[in-house]
Design a binder for this molecule. Sequence first.
Ligand code: FA5
Length: 340
Amino acid sequence: MKEKILELGASFKDKLALATDAEALEALRVDFLGKKGAVAELMKGLRDVQDKKTAGQLINTFKNEVETAIKEAEETLRRAAIEAQIRGAKKYNPTLNFGRELGSYHPITLATKEVEAVFESMGFTIEDYAEVVDDYECFESLNIPKHHPARDMQDTYYLENGQLLKTQTSAAQNAIMKKYGAPLRAIFPGRCFRNESTDACHENTFFQMEGMMIDENISISNLIYFMKTMLSEVFKRDIKVRLRPGFFPFVEPGFELDINCLICGGEGCPSCKNSGWLELCPCGMIHPNVLEAGGIDTEKYTGFAFGLGLTRLAMMKYGVKDIRDFNSGNLKSLSQFKSV
Ligand code: FA5
């Protein structure tokens, strides 16, 4: 009996190796485990064996081995079929590219992703904030009380319910300070709205990216380090930058950070209002009143903030001469920017 089983085992192995589809496996199962299969024949043969117990155990072990091997082979086939399906789906997906151009990222999205990646790698979290805010968020909490002349610099769209369309991403500063407290590193990109007449470098709807870092002993050198790193990572080449004093009620001291216009190389053109420089990223040390309004202990903490003009950054990075092209919906020009 033992020899017979060994013989059958070898034959089963050979046949299993050749069974490469479900039908062949089923045939093998019937041959060995079916009513008239090899195992059933072995059981019949028990009649003529003296040591029935040992022979019965051998048959049982063989039967279990055959069952397990067939099950495993079926599972392998099932997985291979699923993988083939997935591979096939990648080759042909009727919902994609059906006689049309594939979509692409908007250049402002690309610029946003790049800047986000730079700050994320330096430990900043990325926050999202509303486009409709209230007077406190956009002005009061930023040390700009009612009737302060700084409000005139941002011609605001007010809603009938007293709320307004965010004129600057700084409007989220207070809520983010309250949400996280100190220490804090956060950036928050967002769409801003101002009732401005448009030209090659001004839009009424544009993007900014605000950034804040609050901790013990934060100074202007930290601010300059982070601004420099961001610009060199995003532009990946040396660009001329100038830092000059700038007034914003929510920072003290405040700076204007301008970059040499990359459209004209600094000669002067409509993209930079013929000055050769483009205001890109005002920044400064957060005013203690603003920190206090955000619940931050000003005895212990200081911080910097910046308001990067993301749409202008995209202009410079991609050589777009007129900011109005971004909102034009002109797919022919916008779809040139495919990669991140
Ligand atoms: C502000 O909005 C401040 N909240 C920035 C700030 C944040 C200062 C934190 C200090 C600390 P400003 O109005 O200059 O500042 O706008 C910031 C940037 O947004 C500008 O440098 C410019 O790049 C961009 N920007 C402003 N107005 C427009 C516009 N109409 N079209 C396109 N980009 C604009």
